[in-house]
Design a protein around this ligand. Structure first.
Ligand SMILES: Nc1ncnc2c1ncn2[C@@H]1O[C@H](COP(=O)(O)OP(=O)(O)O)[C@@H](O)[C@H]1O
Ligand SMILES: [Mg+2]
Length: 358
């Protein structure tokens, strides 16, 4: 057990790191953030920041020396640095988990081998092979870079009329994955936490609505029958177990009209679709991460209210005065100076109290 008073290292300085640092502070932990960015959202709330690249060995050494445990807030960090770090200080989730989750192909192979449904997919390693691969899978498909994608970046949808050359350039990488386009009823996610003794807990499945491939709203709970919700949680638990996860994992899924579930992708870190837990659950996803990686007992994931979380993206941040004037809106701003298009600037959660249950 790593007791309160100890120091947690966080790789990455974005809003996920910021909210993790805030949760850590609430439990009496110090945090040190390593990020290439000066004045990052996380560094505004942390005890110390190391401004350096993720492969800077001297900086990683400094982080290892300062911290009792290290975690990360995004998966697009170079694996080598994290693997090196893990030889010097405990890193959770493990580099093995990161290796699987930072590559869409490895991730889908891993999930399929567990007998969990995904959409049909195939690797494509050159433009020359794209036409055959698309033919095999059958249009419409989504072409994605296997690495470094987020918020729909590195993706192209290929419909009947789409030019393959244009799609390949839009994808923009040397290796891709071709996925059958899923005509889903809606998208959902389950966030699961698991600690070193194998105890695991899920938050309730939620529905995620996207605009321009970026999460725009999370509705809690997802409109699932109890059977489908149980199946979604079972999938998340099975994956967490197979990964021997210590920490937090978000499992993004497609829900088909008949209730069938397909796993889309995994994120071994706090997830945007879990921000509502800050205001509506006994324990937030960020506190749960801190508990999981320090060996504290996991907290209750009980949901005290239904909720709708809305992201404030780009100039939507200009709405903050109205939101702040609504006494029941829970406003969270990330301290980012500049509102670029597509940039996540904050979020607001509105709670809908549940009927009293005894
Ligand atoms: N195979 C697919 N079929 C239909 N829609 C998809 C498919 N893959 C991705 N999408 C859409 O694009 C969004 C982003 O894709 P995702 O794989 O989650 O990448 P990321 O979130 O890392 O950008 C998804 O949430 C979904 O709305
Ligand atoms: Mg996604």
């Amino acid at each position: 057990m790593i007791p309160p008073g100890s120091t947690i290292g966080i790789l990455g300085g974005g809003q996920l790191g910021r909210m993790t640092a805030q949760a850590a502070a609430s439990l009496g932990y110090r945090t040190v953030v390593l990020t290439p960015e000066t004045d990052s959202p996380a560094s505004q709330v942390t005890s110390q920041t190391i401004v350096a690249g993720y492969e800077d060995r001297a900086a990683l050494q400094q982080l290892a020396d300062l911290c009792d445990v290290v975690t990360y807030e995004f998966e697009n960090i170079p694996l080598d640095g994290v693997t090196w770090l893990a030889d010097h200080v405990p890193v959770h989730p493990s580099p093995r988990v990161l290796k699987i989750c930072q590559d869409r192909l490895r991730e889908k192979d891993f999930v399929s081998r567990l007998g969990i449904a995904t959409t049909r997919y195939r690797a494509v390693t050159s433009f020359a092979a794209l036409a055959d691969t698309v033919g095999d899978i059958g249009r419409p498909v989504v072409l994605k870079s296997t690495r470094m994608g987020y918020d729909g970046k590195g993706q192209a949808t290929i419909r009947d009329e789409t030019d393959l050359g244009v799609a390949w350039r839009q994808m923009g990488a040397a290796i891709g994955i071709v996925e059958r386009f899923v005509d889903f009823a809606y998208e959902a996610s389950v966030i699961v936490a698991r600690n070193a003794d194998g105890t695991a807990q899920c938050f309730v499945p939620v529905e995620n609505r996207h605009a321009n491939h970026i999460l725009s709203e999370t509705h809690v709970p997802a409109p699932m029958t109890p059977d489908v919700a149980a199946a979604a949680e079972a999938i998340a638990l099975k994956i967490a177990e197979a990964l021997e996860l210590i920490g937090l994992l978000a499992v993004e899924m497609f829900v088909l009209p008949d209730g069938q579930l397909m796993v889309n992708e995994l994120a071994p870190r706090p997830h945007n679709s879990g921000h509502w837990t800050l205001d509506a659950c006994v324990t937030s996803q960020f506190e749960q991460l801190v508990r999981a990686i320090t060996g504290l007992p996991l907290g209750s994931t009980e949901r005290l209210a239904d909720a709708v979380m809305e992201n404030l993206i780009g100039d939507e941040i200009d709405k903050w005065p109205e939101i702040a004037a609504d006494p029941r809106a829970k406003l969270h701003l990330y301290g980012k100076a500049e509102a670029r298009p597509g940039r996540k600037m904050g979020h607001v959660t509105r709670l809908y109290p549940r009927p009293h249950q005894t």
